[in-house]
Design a binder for this molecule. Structure first.
Ligand SMILES: C[S@@+](CC[C@H](N)C(=O)[O-])C[C@H]1O[C@@H](n2cnc3c(N)ncnc32)[C@H](O)[C@@H]1O
Length: 278
């Protein structure tokens, strides 16, 4: 099961008011939504992966009927469709969940070498798998994707012998784990980011989410690596510089949380308050 990261801190930052509306743009297993509901908020939950939506519905669906399959890059239209156009807060808890990493057959984790190299959050809505990218991008595109000429070269060499199909095929490009972090960790993440167009989705969603906020509404984003945080920070700074919002200092999980849930170690939470409604 997924343990929600920065649960108390993020929901505290939303300043939940009884009967007010909030959007959980990354519903996942429903942990943050459950806490917002417990404190009296109404939630519109958005989740890109049908499997995760099912898990969340089992957990909180009875208390919260407004949980939908969708991509947060469409957050404005989803919110309008369901009467959540003026909200008191929007939460993004980015990336994938522990459910994806621990037990999903779509190849999100390199711990299961026999899994197919798919990585799509929604296999119905998305056509291109991780294996497709490795088998079809040219060397320049692969260099951009992995920020590494060496990995791009290895991919091109390897697919001459055999097309990429499984996690093991991709894993074989990297050496054994010798330090704390496996050398395939970052390339795996970069491949997943490309398959699910994560940076494009986030950039588009943040400005839409900000528009949906009421005066004093909160935009709370938990990111897990510098690529995500750069996008969040630059958007927050842009609206702060324009005088429309106020940004708080970022928050990291306390040591006790990291000891209980080591996956929280890279989390960084940023909070933005909207100053005026247009
Ligand atoms: C870190 S998990 C969220 C966990 C959740 N906050 C909880 O406490 O259970 C992130 C979730 O966002 C979903 N997700 C990722 N990108 C998305 C997108 N563009 N639109 C909607 N959901 C997305 C993933 O499928 C995953 O279930």
């Amino acid at each position: 099961m997924h343990t929600s990261v920065l649960l108390k801190e993020s929901v505290d930052s939303l300043h939940i008011q009884n009967g007010a509306k909030y959007i959980d743009a990354t519903l996942g297993a429903g942990g943050h939504t459950e806490e917002i509901l417990r404190r009296g908020g109404l939630v519109l939950g958005i989740e890109a992966d049908p499997k995760m939506l099912e898990i969340a519905r089992k957990r909180v669906g009875e208390a919260c009927p407004t949980l939908f399959l969708g991509n947060f890059r469409d957050i404005a239209s989803i919110a309008h469709e369901h009467g959540f156009e003026k909200v008191s807060g929007v939460l993004f808890d980015l990336g994938i969940s522990s459910v994806h990493l621990d037990s999903d057959p779509r190849g999100f984790s390199f711990r299961n070498p026999n899994a197919s190299l798919d990585m799509r959050l929604n296999t119905e809505a998305q056509g291109v798998t991780a294996a497709d990218l490795l088998n079809s991008l040219d060397k320049t595109q692969l260099t951009i994707l992995f920020e590494s000429k060496l990995i791009a070269q290895k991919v091109v060499e390897s697919r001459k012998n055999k097309p990429f199909e499984s996690v093991g095929d991709f894993l074989s490009l990297f050496g054994q784990k010798w330090g704390k972090i496996h050398p395939a960790t970052k390339p795996f993440m970069m491949l997943r980011i490309a398959v699910n167009t994560e940076y494009e989705n986030l950039s588009s969603a943040l400005s839409q989410a900000f528009e949906l906020l009421k005066k004093n509404g909160k935009l709370v984003v938990i990111s897990f690596h510098s690529g995500e945080d750069r996008i969040v920070k630059s958007f927050f700074k842009k609206v702060e510089d324009s005088g429309e919002a106020k940004m708080e200092d970022f928050v990291r999980p306390a040591d006790e949380e990291i000891i209980k849930n080591p996956r929280a170690r890279s989390a960084k939470m940023r909070v933005l308050t909207k100053l005026n409604e247009k």
